[in-house]
Design a protein around this ligand. Sequence first.
Ligand SMILES: Cc1ncc(COP(=O)(O)O)c(C=O)c1O
Length: 406
Amino acid sequence: MDRRAPFAPLHDQRPEDLFGALPTPCYILDEGQLRKNGECLKALADRTGCRVLLAQKAFSNYDCYPILAPYLSGTEASGLFEARLGKEELPQGEVHVFCGAYRASEFAELLQYADHIVFNSPAQLARFGPRAKAAGKSLGLRINPECSTQEGHAIYDPCAPGSRLGTTRAQWDRQMTEPLVALLDGLHFHTLCEQDADDLETTLQAVAERFGDVLPRMRWLNFGGGHHITRPGYDLARLERCIRRAQEAWGVTVYLEPGEAWALNAGFLAARVLDLVENAGVQNAILDASAACHMPDVIEMPYQPPVYAAQTAEQAGQATEPSHRFRLGGPTCLAGDVIGDYVFPASLREGDLVLFGDLAIYSTCKNNTFNGMPLPDLWLRRADGSLCRLTAFGYDDFKGRLGSRA
Ligand SMILES: Cc1ncc(COP(=O)(O)O)c(C=O)c1O
């Protein structure tokens, strides 16, 4: 039994009993957990009057959008394609888009899909804003409150010195002419990554200090993503105070656009052991799943995903049975295609099922076919426990991205 949050959706059933018949590697998305997350976010919206969007960059398996539809206000997109996906697959919701820079060639099409368009700079607002306004869109500017609240993750810190993301107050003062300000309906900030509401509170204070004078002119304020709202222990009361503060101080509608929180702990990656290779005391288990291809954030972020019934070697410490310690890696040529070192309750053998938890987010939407690795199929585990295959990926999905012939 593994009762940690990423495996709670299994309700004490063994992975082999639940997923043993599925071809591996495969992702399994969990309807029950998606609904649980959705209920938490909808209750927040009901209590505070804020509007909560799904940031599709984290989770865009649109077969699941009907599951999330009752709980969300709409979708958030990083550009044209996600905006189109949101409009096509969740037409009843609002479509918001923020992109670091829009291209002239895509803007007319974007206007067909987006309700809110957020610009990164005054120059982009000047270039595209009048056209978007004339098309009846609600316009926003991403601000940079210059308030870093995370350590050790510079790659995820939009407030790092010299950042290209968001307009600082100095840039605003230099470039935001009165006609440009008059185009705006709202402001947007995104500065957090897997953080609690205390960091939001600190950030909101910085927003108030730097942009408090212009906020009363706005109709909405978007708090971005990175709020780990559905994580057990998250400080919901403090988040609600932040939302109310903005509503009361500036009279704005508050938007949140989390990605992770919608699908946190709502998916698994099932893999099997293909081979065991011992070298200098390290027992390598080569899986049919790859960190580089199927869970790229393991290398990029970096982080070590939870494995059913196993502890990371760091958690387990040194006093463990060495024969139960394994380094899990993928079958690719990349020496660093390593998921991490784990301690299992028993020795691994060829053919064993290894179940990774919390792999719905930033995985299915970021995977790739490096080395000709097959894309893992997507399965949906419905609330009644039945399994439904959503995709049948194969050679054509690999070849189709690489050239012109079928
Ligand atoms: C502008 C913006 N909004 C929302 C999100 C979603 O963040 P998360 O999935 O951490 O909640 C991101 C993530 O990078 C983002 O850049």
